[in-house]
Design a protein around this ligand. Structure first.
Ligand code: HEC
Length: 178
């Protein structure tokens, strides 16, 4: 037996355990790092735009360019207010006073018209008079819309007319004109 041999210390159980743990932990540590990396990458994807879009956004992106709108011809007609009708139709002539139309807001031009009475004015607006076209040229306007627009214009010319509640009431009012 040589000295060298006897000098070699015996592996203690403690050293063995440490070596075992070391050899186990090295790959385990690597695995943990890899798992953390993968999870991080996946989380990055999850917060990225495409995965995060809700159904509506997806639909908006893939919807076809053209769109068909099925307009219901029987859709309920919603009557405009007097100022809306005026701004949509009547203003074309009644603001500049075109074709001799009484100017909006001009009480000296509206005074003699107003004296004829609200029903007569509505009747003339509905059926037209001289250069004034029936319904201001917009056949889609309801009787109520025309009556409201007449009141709106006349009231800004010094009158104090209250439009009837419904188109049927307008018709009754106009029927009294002879
Ligand atoms: C294309 C031009 C034009 C448009 C648009 C127009 N008017 Fe007139 N309007 C006239 C003219 C012109 C007169 C004057 C007619 C006359 O007395 O010779 C007039 C007169 C009137 C009068 C007075 C009638 C009378 O008996 O004195 C009323 C009320 C009236 N318009 C209402 C309206 C309403 C309401 C609208 C919108 C819905 C409208 N007008 C849109 C040209 C127009």
């Amino acid at each position: 037996m040589s000295d060298g041999h006897t000098k070699m210390s015996k592996t203690t159980p403690m050293q063995f355990v440490m070596a075992l743990l070391g050899s186990l932990f090295a790959p385990l540590f690597a695995i943990i790092l890899i798992v953390i990396m993968v999870v991080k990458i996946q989380m990055g994807h999850a917060t990225g735009a495409p995965q995060n879009m809700d159904a509506k956004e997806v639909e908006a992106r893939i919807k076809p360019v053209g769109e068909l709108v099925a307009a219901d011809p029987n859709a309920v007609h919603v009557d405009m207010q007097g100022d809306q009708v005026f701004n949509a139709v009547c203003t074309a002539c009644h603001t500049p006073g075109a074709l001799g139309a009484p100017k909006f807001g001009n009480s000296s031009e509206w005074g003699p018209r107003i004296k004829q009475g609200y029903p007569t004015l509505i009747s003339h607006a509905l059926h037209g008079i001289r250069m004034m076209p029936a319904r201001g040229g917009n056949a889609d306007l309801s009787d109520l819309e025309v009556a409201r627009a007449v009141a709106y214009m006349a009231d800004h010319g010094g009158a104090n007319f209250t439009p009837p509640a419904t188109s049927a009431d307008v018709d009754k009012l106009v029927a009294s004109v002879k």
